[in-house]
Design a protein around this ligand. Structure first.
Ligand code: HEM
Length: 81
């Protein structure tokens, strides 16, 4: 795996489309989920969180409150805030 980096919130915010890459944050870590978007069981809704935090959306869609989902997310980690 590549070395992890520290990113600013501003840098994360620049990544909110499939063209520029889709990054999200969760509990202080940064994830590049561009490759996962097409695989998401909940479809394009995932793009609502693009460039920002997953927490408010996962609070609404509690289906994500499962260990196996955190495992999926962990595979896309690129760094920390
Ligand atoms: C379902 C992963 C972000 C909305 C799911 C499921 C997975 C998943 C694995 C299937 C869960 C199951 O049935 O056991 C992820 C990951 C995300 C993410 C890894 C971020 C990297 C989001 C966001 C939203 C969202 C931001 C909403 C804005 C939904 C909805 C479903 C779903 C509505 C239910 C689909 C259905 O069963 O009809 N997600 N999700 N997800 N997700 Fe996400």
């Amino acid at each position: 795996a590549a070395a992890l980096s520290i990113f600013s919130q501003e840098e994360v915010t620049k990544h909110r489309s499939l063209e520029d890459g889709v990054w999200v944050t969760y509990r202080g870590s940064v994830y590049d989920i561009t490759e996962f978007v097409a695989m998401h069981p909940g479809g394009d809704k995932i793009l609502l969180a693009a460039g920002g935090a997953l927490e408010p959306f996962w609070a609404l869609y509690a289906v994500h409150n499962q260990e196996h989902i955190l495992k999926i997310l962990s595979e896309y980690k690129i760094g920390d805030l």
